[in-house]
Design a protein around this ligand. Structure first.
Ligand code: PSV
Ligand code: MN
Length: 392
């Protein structure tokens, strides 16, 4: 018997309330270690990045928050940047730290064997919290490139202790409504041993720090075959999932548009998010994109990523939870799998088109962006100056 679908109105309301945070660096030039291809019209400063982010928000209606990366988005006056965002219907979101592009950090930042280098890294992280105070940002996102390339290069446990010490100093500096979000990555740029390689290590540190420390799941930071939805379910159940860095990978940390490589995986992740209360505002999961658009147009790619998250979310919202539970309790292996697959195989594009129209938006955001003339405008106007990029 076909299962009872959840009420479409509730699904629509959940989709309208969803917020997807876009990364400032997704609007700038990026590439691989082989080549960064410049694109016409790319922003030259953080203000122009916000102008582009405002386009994504204008056409999707669910992307009003923009993550900053320091020092890539360093400005003289963060209150002015915040006000500029506000005038465009945006707010500044997570502050992403960067302890990986200074020569001093060659052997590590907060885990470096020299105390002086560790102090330099902590000073940068403290500066990031100062910036949060000025922008009103609530999340400090920490990703450490720290690790070693050769067995025996440094002591594994000593590095963990140095990391814990630095994290606890930063944690102590946070305001009551600010969080520290710790991101893990299983390799790169260190190849032998990474100091925060997996969710277990990130979770261990966050647990010791306290309730204002939570884990970031970057979907591109796992070994092939990892069951990411298990990690998501577990962290949510433990109250320790702070954020996603959404993107797609085929081989490594490819930073492709989320949902491009494996939309079924994204659906499975969103199913666990919904099943475990991760969409509730009080759970406070930050759904961020962390992507670099190297060969494709940047603004339409960010729009497409937002739409991919919406499609996976819509399908996950359509899972008949009652039927799933009943089939699971009955030990009905095929029946329970069929409930999930029914939802996954639903074409949610008409539903999302309706949602957008009810929000006063065009049904097809990419087509609307292309017709808007914004791309032509920035390609004509943004000439001269230095285009924003990684600073790699
Ligand atoms: C590291 O690969 C990472 O995922 C971290 O989130 C960084 O902040 C970001 O990429 C930079 O693109
Ligand atoms: Mn990331």
């Amino acid at each position: 018997m076909p299962s009872q679908q959840p009420a479409p109105q509730a699904v629509k309301e959940a989709l309208k309330a969803q917020i997807i945070e876009t990364p400032s660096w997704g609007y700038g030039n990026s590439g691989t270690r082989f080549k960064v291809y410049a694109q016409a019209g790319v922003p030259r400063d953080p203000f122009e990045k916000l102008d582009d982010a405002a386009q994504v928000q204008a056409f999707t209606g669910v992307a009003p928050v923009v993550s900053l990366h320091i020092p890539w988005d360093k400005v003289e006056d963060y209150a002015a940047l915040s006000a500029y965002a506000k005038e465009r219907g945006l707010v500044l979101g997570a502050i992403n730290s960067n302890t990986f592009q200074d020569d001093a950090f060659k052997l590590g930042s907060v885990t470096h064997p020299e105390a002086g280098v560790r102090r330099k890294a902590v000073a940068h992280l403290m500066e990031c919290v100062d910036i949060m105070d000025a922008t009103g940002s609530k999340d400090l996102k920490l990703w450490f490139a720290d690790g070693t390339n050769y067995p025996g290069q440094d002591d594994i446990v000593a590095r963990q202790e140095r990391l814990a010490e630095a994290l606890s100093e930063i944690y102590g500096r946070l305001g009551d409504d600010q969080r520290l979000l710790l991101e893990y990555k299983f390799f790169e740029p260190a190849f032998y041993m990474t100091d925060v390689p997996d969710w277990g290590t990130a979770y261990k540190h966050c647990l010791k720090l306290g309730p204002k420390a939570q884990v970031v799941v970057d979907t591109g930071h796992h070994a092939p075959g990892t069951n990411i939805e298990f990690i998501v379910a577990t962290l949510l159940h433990e109250g320790k999932l702070g954020a996603f860095d959404f993107n797609s990978r085929f081989y490594a940390d490819d930073d492709l548009m989320v949902g491009a490589a494996d939309p079924f995986q994204l659906f499975r992740i969103m199913h666990e998010v919904i099943r475990n209360g991760g969409m509730k505002p009080e759970t406070n999961v930050n759904f961020m994109l962390d992507q670099c658009h190297n060969i494709e147009g940047k603004i339409p790619a960010v729009i497409r990523s937002v739409m991919n998250v919406q499609e996976a979310t819509a399908k996950a919202l359509l899972v008949d939870a009652e039927a799933l539970r009943a089939a699971q309790l009955a030990g009905d292996v095929l029946g329970s799998n069929a409930v999930l697959m029914d939802a996954y195989n639903t074409d949610v594009r008409p539903l999302l088109a309706e949602v957008r129209e009810e929000m006063g938006l065009a049904a097809d955001p990419v087509a609307a962006y292309r017709a808007s003339g914004w791309q032509q405008k920035i390609e004509t106007e943004r000439v001269g100056g230095e285009q924003a990029g990684w600073g790699a």
